[in-house]
Design a protein around this ligand. Structure first.
Ligand code: DGL
Length: 272
């Protein structure tokens, strides 16, 4: 059995491209439909009601595109609204980014102390602590919001003094608490991997939820026997939908993947 339909990937903006990149690395023949709600991003400082409403509207839009699986590639939407999104997708396989990252961290912490950084909304829900504790073991979790990281990434300030200062501000306290693993609980943060690793040192293992989510998606598609049998270039055949600034998004997506891709498409979601 096989299924050549695309995988739907949902994010508040560009951050979920980090999950898309891992999907293409692991499964180069899979194509995706990416939806980034950049008109209403960032979500991370919004209330839970609003994040839930926006997340559900975006998920419904992707479900209507005849996808074979839905990946919620945004930690903020996953933390606040995964349950409601899963009710709405019904039979469609779906995953968020929190559980795969949590599972990877539980397997790796020797000190049984895990740090988590994310947006204000993600940290407020305690979603990572709940996920880690549901997996088991006597593990202490220290969650810290680090809201400046998203605008720094959006501005392309990936390796600058201002970004290093923000990293020191947010991360030194977690180091003092003795964590040995740190989950990058926001899809944007994968792009700050080098600055974050440089700040915390090599003793701390950084866990990128994007990578573990892509691996879990591969396991699910394999188990359900719905991998694509197409021999085409999944990345080139993929579609990228955005809710604002299409030209700019097209440039950023192409820069991100290092190649010119099919044009970005403008979509209107919900009651925009
Ligand atoms: N992509 C979001 C996440 O993974 C962060 C960006 C936002 O605040 O919208 O949490």
């Amino acid at each position: 059995m096989s299924d050549n339909r695309p995988i739907g990937i949902l994010d508040s903006g560009l951050g979920g491209l980090t999950v898309a990149r891992e999907i293409f690395r692991l499964m180069p023949h899979e194509k995706i439909i990416y939806l980034g709600d950049n008109a209403r991003a960032p979500y991370g400082h919004r209330s839970e009601d609003v994040i839930r409403k926006f997340g559900l509207q975006c998920a419904k839009h992707l479900i209507d595109q005849d996808i074979k699986m839905l990946i919620v590639a945004c930690n903020t939407i996953t933390s606040v609204a995964l349950e409601q999104i899963e009710e709405c997708v019904r039979d469609l396989p779906s995953i968020g980014v929190v559980l795969p990252g949590a599972r990877a961290a539980v397997l790796r912490t020797a000190e049984k102390k895990i740090g988590v950084i994310g947006t204000k909304a993600t940290i407020r829900t305690g979603a990572y602590t709940k996920a880690i504790q549901s997996i088991g073991g006597d593990i202490r979790v220290f969650e810290r919001e680090s809201p400046l990281f998203v605008p720094l990434v959006e501005e392309g300030l990936l390796d600058r003094d201002v970004t290093r200062s923000a990293a020191q501000h947010y991360l030194y306290e977690l180091l003092d608490l003795g964590v040995d693993c740190m989950i990058l609980g926001c899809s944007h943060y994968s792009l700050l991997m080098e600055v974050i690793q440089g700040t915390v040192g090599t003793r701390i293992q950084l866990l990128d939820s994007a990578l573990w989510t892509a691996k879990e998606a591969q396991d699910i598609l394999t188990a359900l026997k719905i991998l694509s049998v197409s021999k085409g270039d999944g990345k080139a055949e993929s579609r990228f939908l955005f809710t604002d600034k299409i030209d700019q998004m097209e440039r950023k997506v192409s820069q991100f993947f290092g190649s010119q891709l099919t044009s970005a498409e403008y979509v209107i979601i919900g009651d925009m």
